[in-house]
Design a protein around this ligand. Structure first.
Ligand code: NAP
Ligand code: G4F
Length: 321
């Protein structure tokens, strides 16, 4: 029997990889898409004819109820969010509405319309913020450091609460940073790989950066969406940390990216206070042993391979122009 899946955030990085994975598995994929004056379909251009789009917004409860009715989903993946941490200080209330209350809107739409659907919430390692233990795992207490992190903590706990209150099959994946050639251009990995490609091709001459000392546990988005699917195939709903178990500084990222095209990063990087955040998450390093053991999840792409893949993709993109 064909399964139906509804993905919110279908136009984003993870939405595109998850849609590919579910289509490969024979799912009928529905994508919640909000109306924009210029549609942003780059990530899903190649599969857009296989997806059934439903117009809706996390801020509009009626549109979510109607999306559940139209898609009659076996599985709901709630990936939509205002996901850029820096913007969450510029638009904290909007971030709260989409990234926190949006989760309740989605959970309630499922509860009222299709309570037996399995629900995945895109929780984040940003919830660990000013970390109280290293490595961070499912039991590590949260200490968010941005309006985005605070909103994700709410989204996480409301998912746990709906599971416990209404016996819903609702899981949170606490995913550490994951990247790809489809990553939004303002996130640090893609900003770096895109600029390195432009510098190599003579289209730009400097890279303006914020804090180079921050450490992140960076994995490949294509590996991480497999974990989302695996979580919804378990007998019991549970929360899982998904991470590589390796951490690298932003400086190392910059060094690998420039090194890949034979350049020395010190010749091009300029520190610009504009990109330094009001409060920083200094160190993220995840322990995904629960997911490896219970889900059989494993990592395929390592840090250097990921950065090189992204630089190569940006070189190709800019060479065509
Ligand atoms: P992304 O590329 O920024 O995609 C976000 C998606 O959410 C886009 O499709 C966007 O649509 C949609 N969206 C935003 N506000 C919406 C609203 N009010 N109503 C409906 N749709 C809305 O994010 P991502 O990297 O794929 O991440 C997916 C999810 O995982 C997010 O919830 C993110 O916070 C979380 N997460 C990501 C990471 C990571 O490292 N990537 C780690 C942990 C957790 P538009 O195209 O219309 O803007
Ligand atoms: O790439 P970033 O913007 O990602 P951040 O803040 O870690 O958040 C991402 O990962 C979270 C999971 O932990 C997700 F939940 C969230 O949705 C998002 O996907 O920044 C990474 C680090 C930060 O420490 C930042 O201060 O890079 C540092 N950084 C230094 N210079 C910079 C820059 N970040 C950006 N975006 N731009 C810079 O110029």
């Amino acid at each position: 029997m064909t399964k139906n899946a509804l993905i919110t955030g279908i136009t984003g990085q993870d939405g595109s990889y998850l849609a590919e994975l579910l289509l490969e598995k024979g799912y009928k994929v529905y994508g919640l898409r909000r109306r924009t004056s210029t549609p942003m379909m780059e990530n899903i251009e190649h599969i857009k004819n296989e997806i059934e789009f439903i117009e809706g917004d996390l801020l509009d409860q009626g549109s979510l109820i109607s999306a559940i009715k139209k898609s009659n989903p076996d599985e709901v993946y709630n990936l939509a969010a205002q996901s850029f941490v820096a913007t969450s200080w510029e638009q904290p209330a909007l971030t709260g509405q989409a990234t926190a209350i949006g989760v309740t809107n989605m959970l309630d739409a499922v509860r009222l319309t299709k309570p037996d659907a399995r629900f995945y919430q895109a929780s984040s390692s940003e919830m660990f913020g000013k970390v109280v233990e290293t490595p961070q795992k499912e039991t590590t207490p949260f200490y968010p450091r941005s309006p985005y992190g605070v909103a994700k903590v709410y989204g996480h706990w409301i998912t746990v609460n709906y599971r416990e209150s209404f016996d819903m099959f609702a899981c949170s994946g606490i995913l550490f940073n994951h990247e790809s050639p489809r990553r939004g251009i303002e996130f640090v990995t893609r900003k770096v790989t895109d600029t390195v490609a432009r510098i190599k091709l003579g289209l730009q001459n400097e890279l303006r950066m914020g804090n180079l000392d921050a450490k992140r546990d960076w994995g490949f988005a294509g590996d991480y969406v497999k974990a989302m699917w695996l979580m919804l195939q378990q007998d019991q709903p549970e929360d899982f940390v998904i991470a590589t178990g390796e951490t690298h500084t932003v400086e190392e990222l910059v060094e690998v990216a420039f090194g890949h095209v034979g350049l020395n990063w010190r010749d091009y990087v300029v520190i610009d206070p504009k990109f330094v955040r009001p409060a920083e998450v200094d160190l993220l390093l995840g322990d995904s042993s629960k997911a490896q053991k219970k889900l059989g999840w494993k990592l395929e792409v390592g840090f250097e391979e990921l950065v090189k893949m992204m630089v190569d993709s940006d070189l190709k993109k800019h060479s065509k122009r």
